[in-house]
Ligand binder design. Sequence first.
Ligand SMILES: Cc1cc2nc3c(=O)[nH]c(=O)nc-3n(C[C@H](O)[C@H](O)[C@H](O)COP(=O)(O)OP(=O)(O)OC[C@H]3O[C@@H](n4cnc5c(N)ncnc54)[C@H](O)[C@@H]3O)c2cc1C
Length: 336
Amino acid sequence: MSKDVYVFAEQRDGNVQKVSLELLGEATKLAGALGEKVVAILIGQGVKAKAQELITYGADSVLVIENDMVKEYVTEPYAKAVCKVIKDCDPSIVLYGATAIGRDLAPRVAARHHTGLTADCTKLEIGAEEGGTKLLWMTRPAFGGNIMATIKCANYRPQMATVRPGVMKIVHDTGRKGEIKDFKVDFVPADMNVRIRKVVKEDKKAVDITESKVLVSGGRGIGSRDYFAELGKLAKALGGEVSSSRANVDAGWIEKERQVGQTGKTVRPNLYLALGISGAIQHLAGMEGSDLIIAVNKNETAPIFDVADLGIVGDLKAIVPKLTDAVNKYKAAALK
Ligand SMILES: Cc1cc2nc3c(=O)[nH]c(=O)nc-3n(C[C@H](O)[C@H](O)[C@H](O)COP(=O)(O)OP(=O)(O)OC[C@H]3O[C@@H](n4cnc5c(N)ncnc54)[C@H](O)[C@@H]3O)c2cc1C
């Protein structure tokens, strides 16, 4: 019978991607609800040293597949490796990050195993028992984000989902113990149906707001594109980044990479400053998991105050420069 929750542990240049660590944390919750184990699938060359790290993030065991053929990500050999794991181990659930690699790999595996795949999930849970089994409920935005759809895969196994980066919470316990096993896949030259001539790495200047511990987020209430410079000063003082609601992205005031929300990024910083943001449901969906939310809004009934830990009713233009000044003064005093 199918069992256990498997996570495709995506690595690039030997670095396990953050979304895979998030998935391991989520997988421990799902496995806990099922009374099953979490298994990570680690594929690459010279990556075995990373297996222990996966255990500390939630894996009970790690299957390591090492081969020259899977040194770089190539669809065919990776799909073959994951399919072999599924065939031999019969997992109940397999999770992938909704990254370029996960979005390429998961559909291939789903087609080969004749099972379903729910893409770009923002929530996973184990549902109540139905017909003697507990199914994975996979939730994702549908119809352009206007509704949230919960999808179940009742008749085929494994149940598979790709999950949006930044949504699930990382759980880290350096004391966790687990098992590391080599898993053999018989690769043949024909598996490599493309030849990698050169790997070119783009110097990515774009920021990743999901990585920032502090976000200074501006909404339509900032009034103009130019005011982002003022938010930048506050972000710099706090060691964070500037982000935005969709209103300003749609207005062309700031790039889409910095948009927080249902159709933007999901963030969980230690501090989220919501400045001139009303708190529409689609915005909240991307930031309500932040540790501390401070909102500034001139309308005391703005819904953002319902999720804020601290709310300031007032004109952000009067408050932001004072805040920047105060943070800078505090830092200067602390250095003395
Ligand atoms: C399918 C769909 C997907 C969406 N996805 C997203 C998404 O990913 N992210 C997102 O953010 N939105 C998204 N939206 C849009 C969302 O519904 C809202 O329209 C948007 O979040 C509003 O942005 P805002 O809060 O900046 O602007 P507004 O709603 O216009 O709010 C501006 C706020 O600023 C306050 N304000 C004005 N001047 C000042 C001042 N001087 N000082 C202090 N406060 C001031 C006002 O009181 C007001 O509360 C989506 C909508 C749909 C339909």
